[in-house]
Design a protein around this ligand. Structure first.
Ligand code: GLN
Length: 290
């Protein structure tokens, strides 16, 4: 872009996002990126239209526009994504938190609130924590209720990001462990968990949708066996780590609800049900261990 005031850039963003050949990136990606570069609040788009970007701001803005057009998501440029009204750092080692995953957090909190008696040991496990968004949002909500959260990930790089996010969100009740799913957890030394949550990779390796997600770690997105291999492993092992009556809550693909419910039933879970995301698609299945 050659424009150098906010007003001119807004006009060019309008043209850019109307152009159908432009991969249809949402216009807020460009305006949010602009605000990030000039370090101004959103209101500046209305009140500060005459603001002239400096040469270096313009160069940084333009470089980011090129990257977004090449498929780098906004969150990787700003290094941040909001989730559950908290701010999370993200990088290329972590999946970018999706609003749909907030449904998982919401359901777990509903389940806790619906328990007839106070839980005794209050232990929660998050498998494949990535940026830590699920574990940290839950730990944040449960901070004053003495919950102990354990969050695991195979990627040490992701764990570094998650640990930073726990600090920046003032959450101290989460322990991070490098582990392939349950592998590094001892089934004997610790009491069992009350809750296990996970947003595992679940996209089929041949799904066309993956072509739009090239910037994010493939290990966090895609799984063999029609996207079900990791989900199946997590469900089958869960009864060993859950106390009787404990909750398993798993995010999955929009067309995996029925299969995932069956996997829960095959592993002896009861009260199994699926909840839809904000787009009306099956997204989270929950069940209680017997
Ligand atoms: N829900 C994400 C998507 O389809 C994928 C997240 C995941 O695989 N866990 O973009």
């Amino acid at each position: 872009m050659t424009a150098s005031t906010i007003r001119q850039i807004k006009q060019q963003i309008g043209q850019l996002t109307n152009d159908e050949s432009n991969n249809q990136l949402p216009s807020f990606w460009f305006t949010d990126w602009l605000l990030h570069v000039i370090d101004k609040p959103a209101i500046a788009l209305m009140t500060d239209e005459a603001y002239q970007l400096t040469d270096s701001e313009l160069a940084q803005f333009n470089a980011g526009v090129v990257k977004m057009q090449q498929g780098i998501p906004l969150a990787y440029l700003t290094g941040q994504q909001e989730f559950w009204s908290l701010k999370f750092s993200v990088n290329e080692h972590t999946l970018i938190p999706r609003p749909d995953t907030e449904v998982l957090v919401e359901q777990v909190l509903n389940w806790i609130n619906a328990q007839p008696t106070q839980l005794s040991n209050k232990r929660l496990l998050d498998l494949g924590t990535g940026s830590g968004c699920i574990a940290i949002s839950l730990a944040h909500e449960l901070k004053h209720a003495n919950w102990q959260v354990v969050a695991v990930d195979l990627s040490s790089e992701a764990l570094k990001v998650a640990q930073q996010n726990a600090v920046s969100n003032n959450v101290a009740n989460v322990e991070f462990i490098q582990s392939s799913w349950y592998q590094a957890l001892s089934i004997y030394d610790e009491p069992k968990f009350d809750i296990i949550v996970s947003n595992p990779p679940y996209i089929d390796e041949t799904d066309e949708h993956l072509a739009h997600l090239t910037a994010e770690p493939i290990s966090a997105l895609s799984s063999p066996n029609q996207g079900l291999a990791d989900i199946e492993h997590i469900i089958q092992q869960a009864p060993q780590y859950l106390r009787t009556g404990g909750l398993l809550a798993i995010e999955h693909g929009h067309d995996q609800g029925a299969t995932v419910r069956q996997l829960f039933l095959d592993s002896n879970f009861e009260s199994v049900y699926t909840v839809k995301d904000y787009g009306g698609n099956d997204r989270v299945t929950l069940g209680q261990a017997q």
